[in-house]
Design a protein. Sequence first.
Lengths: 318, 283
Amino acid sequence: MAESKKSKHDRIERLEKDVNQLEPLAGSDPGAKKEIRRIRREITELRREMLDGPTAWQRTLLARHPQRPYMLDYVRLLFEGFSEIHGDRSFGDDAAIVCGMARFRGRAVMVVGHQKGRDTRENLTRNWGMPKPEGYRKALRAMKLAAKFHRPVITFVDTMGAYPGIDAEERGQAEAIARNLREMARLPVPIIVNITGEGGSGGALAIAVGDRVHMLENSIYSVISPEGCASILWRDASQADRAAEAMKITAADLYELGVIDEIVPEPPGGAHENPEETARELGRVIEHGLDEVTKLKAEELVERRYQKFRRMGHFFAG
Amino acid sequence: MSTWFQRERKAIETPPEEERRVRTEGLWVKCDGCRATIWKKDLEQNNQVCPKCEHHFRLSAPKRLELLFDEGGWVEHDSELASSDPLGFVDTRPYTQRLRDAQEKLGMSDAILTVEGRLNGRSIVCCSMEFAFIGGSMGAVVGEKVTRAMELAAEKKIPLVIVSCSGGARMMEGVISLMQLAKVSAAAARLDECGVPFISVLTDPTTGGVTASYALLGDLNIAEPGALIGFAGPRVIEQTIRQKLPKGFQRAEFLIEHGFLDAIVHRRELKSYIANALDFFLS
Ligand SMILES: [Zn+2]
């Protein structure tokens, strides 16, 4: 008899617990690392059986769905007393990234996220959620402010990528991203990252270095868009579905690769079918994540974060 | 006069890539800077800098080390690290085959060399990138080697010099290559905290994920003249904004004008520049 969904679900939970316990202890022990990879593969397999879901390309389209909940929707559904913080204190205020003070289930937290527009007019203001350097610098300013007053940071990631334009290059897009990566690595407060839509390359990562990285089931996270990859490697952008498959950009793939910590289930049909339910699920993992990492002392937290990213990479060591 | 000029212009149009490659395999090279035809030997003796217009041609990773290190050479680290093709990636060709071709052609396991040796008598750790190896792209091996180089410099308290030459992250390793940006930047944070100098040298081209991580995180970020440096590649920008890019856009001179480089240093001065900077930091 086939295993029930419930029992599969329970097995996944047990295995996830094992991984979470093993991972910080594994260090560079090859046996332990192998075991972790084996468990992750098993979890991914179980999930596949449970979901038997959309292809990578179909998920890409869901991640980009015009009705998909955006950062400010989650802010409305999950936080209280949100108060936006504007500007990078140096050039301007980039509306493609929103930062603000808020309360999450009683805790004072800093929220940082990409924000796409709902219509053309709003998208012109928000630049389709593609930040310029001042956006990343504003985000870093907000995160440092949080660190100064010992407040955790919660980020929402949803961007096609950092804006590729003349002005963005003139003002140091690469420098802004690099600086965020370096400073987030040593920020002495918890950082909880939630990839809710498109995790587009460096432009996403620049607010995605955290202690817990969660990913909505139909989100994607990749080094280049499927279209970009297809047009370079296949010399044909219409091969995007093949590129999406080959690059392993889905939440299940990333979990298996050890890049994310948890997959957040979406309602049938995708997050846009029921934003409230999606937010509830997301709220649950955010709270759980915060509970886990707020216990740690700042040095432990930063050391753990360092080791988390230090481990990323698969290669032959001779 | 004008017809002669036009004919001349036509005659010096850039040949297609294949033709150019054939030509450079001969004894003569055409300079991209001044269009002059240069005797290859002259170019080699001048460290791949055009003797007529000072255009900096690309330098291979080992040649770069020869330029920087004292007589007596260097010791290589982590040469055994090689890509495991973490995604099992296949596009029009399997990634493993692309890797094998590059390894055989260049005698390197991946797009970077990490070495330790002396520069004007001072011990340094140095990473030198090889553009001919899949566009100098950063996958897990490059990320790991740069991270280890940073950790080594921090542990031994000796300066780090990284010479970048890269198109960015390696697509065939997908999100694993993206994570290398976070990994190396975290290592850069630690190096920054232990008072060990890190000089980043950006050469033509340094774009994408390498620029958006370690290449712009040096205590000093310096570049060779004319080097293309940016986050997005010029073609992507042109497609996005549907405009021609201004002349000199994303070149080293453009970056210094906008405040993102400490200096532009001619290849002939590179070694002495680094030696002086390290003297300033450490003596
Ligand atoms: Zn010349």
